[in-house]
Design a protein around this ligand. Structure first.
Ligand code: 5GP
Ligand code: MG
Length: 484
């Protein structure tokens, strides 16, 4: 299969959703529902593995959860009282079934299924060593490295082997795994990606976000802590902290863009956080205008916060067509450009002759902003002021959010005035980094040390070493071409 690589970057970046449940007769059906609520975290592929006491029943498919996991036939085949699931969003690497999770391995100590959200930063280094020692990789995902490290570990139990494996990896991971007699949830020591614990009656659930608990009527119990590994089996929940303590570095971009606004992550409502960011933005970069318009859907909560704070009416001046995926996820540049037009249309009636403030969550390449500003002008806006509810995205993410290489990031190439010209707005402003931290309830960036965030995409301050990147190791070289 020939695809145009949208990011000119061969490494595999994945932002995904994970779900796990133990001890329920309808484990696979509940997992399918949970994954449906986590669809925003990955629309490329999905998979479920269920265990019925004897067999690991696995189904993996390219495409949306609802298109592949809604029939009785499929769910019926996924028999078992325990299940784990994954939604995958990898914009590079092969879009082939062999890269879809959960991964499964027959270990000397039993069956093992694994689903991973995040990105490992020493994947290439580990992979090379494993291959030299005889490991035969089946996929090009970084997650498979963990499976091989577990398979070749000399420890006796799967749990100890998993700990041994994870002690060797660097990067971001929130994983769920399934063994013969348990499910496991684990977060990297910095807690970059989310993972929470829920309960449905006596049944424990693990999920990337609380919206996946809501959909099945489960209660939120707590977040899995950074560096915590939980084992859920017939005796209940056991918690371990097998890794050296590290500073908390939750991905602040989860709050800005990635997580669903109805989720509560790391103790904070995503919706409220976005409104607070919008309010900070209004305080920092006030401009006289007639209406505040969000770039839907991701800009909506911040625009509400902005409008409330500024005392300027909020209007839906752009209507989104909901039958198109997120712009970024389209595979080629051409389609991505086309995608923006497919997705948004000006609601002319409340724009003509007005001074408009447009609020979006972020500018990455600038594609969206250029189109939307032009759309406002074409609809008769008198002035167009762009306000962005995050600081300028100047650096790539290596921990699982798919930001392109630096030379594709608008803010890495231009200063704010140049970006304003490029976008065609009358004025452009981003929330400051301290404003962002204030919105998150901190006094400033520097006062939040221990309970801090990963904000590398805005500051270049990478909290976890970038071993592969520093060594100049790029892609997983695959000599296998395969059609999806
Ligand atoms: P741009 O068009 O500037 O390249 O991207 C900015 C737009 O893409 C914003 O409207 C934002 O909501 C969205 N966006 C920002 N980061 C991401 C991401 O990591 N993935 C996806 N799918 N969309 C993103
Ligand atoms: Mg958006």
């Amino acid at each position: 299969m020939l695809t145009t690589n949208p990011f000119d970057d061969d490494t595999l970046h994945e932002e995904c959703g994970v779900f796990a449940i133990y001890g329920h007769a309808e484990a696979a059906a509940l997992t399918a529902l949970g994954l449906h609520a986590l669809q925003h975290r990955g629309q490329e592929a999905a998979g479920i593995a269920a265990f019925d006491g004897k067999t690991f029943n696995v189904q993996r498919a390219l495409g949306h959860v609802g298109d592949n996991f809604s029939s009785q036939e499929v769910i019926g085949r996924l028999k078992g009282h325990a299940a784990i699931g994954h939604t995958r969003y990898a914009t590079t690497g092969d879009v082939v079934l062999r890269n879809v999770q959960p991964l499964f391995a027959e270990l000397s100590v039993g069956g093992f299924a694994l689903a991973h959200n995040g990105n490992l930063t020493n994947n290439q280094k580990l992979r090379r060593r494993l291959v030299e020692r005889g490991s035969i990789f089946q996929s090009t995902t970084d997650t498979e490295v963990v499976v091989h490290l577990i398979a070749t570990s000399l420890n006796n139990t799967v749990v100890d082997r998993m700990i041994d494996a994870l002690r060797q990896v660097e990067g971001a991971y929130s994983c769920v795994a399934m063994l013969d007699d348990a499910i496991i949830g684990v977060r990297d020591p910095n807690g970059v990606r989310p993972l929470c614990l829920g309960k449905l009656g006596d049944v424990y659930i693990l999920a990337s976000e609380t919206c996946a608990l809501d959909i099945i009527g489960a209660d939120f119990v707590r977040d899995i802590e950074p560096g915590e590994l939980v084992i859920i089996d017939k005796d209940g929940l056991h918690s371990r902290h097998p890794f050296p303590r590290a500073q908390r570095r939750f991905c602040i971009f989860e709050h800005i863009y990635f997580a669903r606004p109805d989720s509560v992550v790391e103790g904070t409502s995503v919706y409220e956080a976005r409104k607070h960011i919008g309010a900070e933005l209004a305080r920092e970069s006030h401009v006289d205008a007639d209406i505040v318009i969000p770039v839907p859907d991701s800009g909506v909560p911040a625009a509400l916060g902005y409008a409330n704070e500024a005392g300027i009416p909020f209007e839906l001046g752009i209507i989104r067509n909901h039958y198109v995926g997120r712009t970024f996820i389209e595979p080629t540049d051409q389609i991505r450009h086309l995608g923006v037009r497919l997705k948004h249309n000006a609601n002319r009636a409340n724009i003509a002759g007005k001074r408009v403030i447009l609020v979006d969550d972020s500018i990455v390449r600038g594609t969206t902003s250029v189109k939307i500003v032009a759309m406002m002008r074409a609809a008769g806006a008198r002035e167009v002021h762009m306000r962005i509810a995050s600081p300028p995205t100047t650096h790539s993410c290596f921990y699982g959010v798919n930001t392109p290489e630096r030379n594709k990031l608008l803010a890495a190439q231009m200063d704010i005035e140049e970006m304003n010209d490029f976008i065609g707005s009358d004025s452009l402003a981003f929330v400051s980094i301290d404003g962002l931290y204030r919105a998150m309830g901190k006094r400033s960036r520097n006062t939040s040390d221990d309970q801090g965030y990963c904000d590398a995409c805005f500051t270049g301050d990478y909290p976890i070493s970038l071993t592969d990147h520093d060594n100049g190791s790029g892609a997983t070289v695959s000599r296998l071409a395969e059609s999806a």
